[in-house]
Design a protein around this ligand. Sequence first.
Ligand code: ZN
Ligand code: ZN
Ligand code: FE
Length: 759
Amino acid sequence: MSSDVQTKRQAVRIRVRGVVQGVGFRPFVYREAARLGLSGWVLNGEQGVEIHLEGDASRIELFLSALETHPPAAARIAAVETERVRPCGYAGFEIRNSEKRDHPTVRISPDLAICAACLRELFDPRDRRYLYPYINCTDCGPRYSITLGLPYDRPQTTMGAWPLCDDCAREYHDPFDRRFHAQPVACPRCGPRYKLLIGGELVEREPIALAARLLREGRIVAVKGIGGYHLACDAMNAAAVWALRERKFRKEKPFALMVRDPDTARRLAELSDEAERLLSSVARPIVLCPARQTIEGVAPENRDLGIMLPYAPLHHLLFAADAPPVLVMTSANRSSEPIAYDDEDALARLAGVADAFLIGERPIARRVDDSIARDTVFGPQLLRRARGYAPCVVTTLPTSQPILALGADLKNSVALVVRGQVIVSQHIGDLDHFAARRAFEETIRDLCALYEVDERELVIAHDAHPQYVSTDYALHRASISVPVQHHRAHIASVLAEREAWEARVIGFAFDGTGYGDDGAIWGGEIFVGSLCDGLKRVAHLRSASLPGGDAAAHWPTQAAAGFLAAFDDARLSPLGDQLGRRFGLALSLARKNVRSFPTTSIGRLFDAVAAVLGFVREASFEAQAAMWLEYLARQSPPVQPYPFPFTDAELDHRPLLANVIADRQRGRPVQEIARAFHASIAQAVAEVSFTLAPRFDVDTVVLSGGVFQNSLLLEEIAARFDGRAELKIWCNRQVPPNDGGTSLGQAALAAFSRHTKKL
Ligand code: ZN
Ligand code: ZN
Ligand code: FE
């Protein structure tokens, strides 16, 4: 045999980037190398997994194709770099210890739902982890929520306090075992446990069975999960649900449900294929889907139910212990404070809320809420990005400059750019709450520490709003700060997700509230431009007066007063009386231009129409009136839009509102009026797009901002673009269209600003 000796013995160095640590990657490499008779080593480097392979060229090829076709289940490979090197003559294959050289840009895995193999063991009486609530393996279990530092090794997790027993140690060190280097590995002999605290008494015997019984009896139980505590009760027990609302000070905002299994979910709601996929994905988000039945007190005046499947072993154990099959599972907090994750804090804050506490001993390193997702006509959409998604790298930017983007004050998230990788934090909450402010600062410290970023080197991007807490934070750092206008950040978030750095687009930022270039309250803005050249505002909603300014967001009647101020009293009568005293007062303020501020917000236009159609009370949570209007519109078949003309770079709401008022006075069903209003907004998006696209020579339309959480509006828009292939529509896919996505957009615009080093 005289085949080419050159190709016989080869060596390659492979670097794999992405979510590749803490997901069973090294054992996978070890097993494949052993199977193929290749020698060399594998280790966790700071930028991913590094592999040195030596052997037959064709076998190295086989290895690379295995990497491509069946990597470990929980891994998310972003890039594989291969480089030919000189063979060193290794005899065998080994797993080497982690190296620490550089700034880490390795990606921490998000928390993962229990896998099928662990679930089987959990309910197998012969298994040594039978009914053990902390069962996990390299394919599943907590990651981000237990990580204290990098590299991701057991001493750097909250499991450091539990030394492995002999059996667990054997599994942990055996490359052929499913638990090889599974950092949170534990068993009933060596690991943490659960206990139940009820009426000041600690129950250690069968705490889960007892908790399930309390739930059956209609009690409220605080349950420690992966990223924090939940408050749970039987969703079908209306008294329990109302008690929870009362104790939690949560009047009307929908509660999330956890259901026993997919069949129960299908009975409660209509699940599209995409919704099913989201529901059972490893991230296990809460999925919003159209309800088949109303459940008293759970989601008042809302078409959708928010449903999730059990994701922690504990949840499966609760259902197996006969907990009610449909549980309310809401973040354990009061109102919109961040979720409680620390035991003492939970006990203190929830003392008057929960009847009992199911407490797990494993500490939670950081709070991570449940994520919220749904299927829309434009594909899946995230409304809250947290557990299961954070802290994934969502995209890259062409910069070597470390950037911290602080997001908006509502639905806050922050984004960190390290070596061009953009890490978006979990949902943090509304920064007007003290606890959220603390979480905001913790998260920043946390991300900077994990990725070893020197805070003094950072360029800090923040919202241009002068009164934002986040702005104040930015201005008190030594770093360079870059203010970014709120609605540009929304549009930029979509472009950044797609790494569309040069794409020129028309961007619709339809939103509640954001600080405009001119100090006005913006929220109906149309931009043309790109990330690299900037976004120019080319059109907007006709300005209206908003008595009370930002505070008017709580009172739809105030928004109505502002938008209707231009109509004379004869036209408004008798509507004014139905809208109540607050409307009358606000109307006179608006007309005298006292304590009134100019606004172009589509969110406030939704509020105004909701008020005219009967939503005259105070909104008890953000966007409630708009959601109510959508709910109403869903009850009507499609109808013709109202006139909503686009002239001189303005969308004129006056003819639209005149028609809404006239129809209301005439007694047209409010459902139809609401539907016609939705159609009008959609029609405007289509008309403006088809007018501006040829003028600016663009072929892509971007939709972002809180208003585009309205799935009916998205459907109405899609219908109007159907068959018009000359325009593409881009929506957010990885970060929310609401303010939770603005940190990404800020980071992207800052990366293209003059302050930032380019690559
Ligand atoms: Zn597992
Ligand atoms: Zn053990
Ligand atoms: Fe916004």
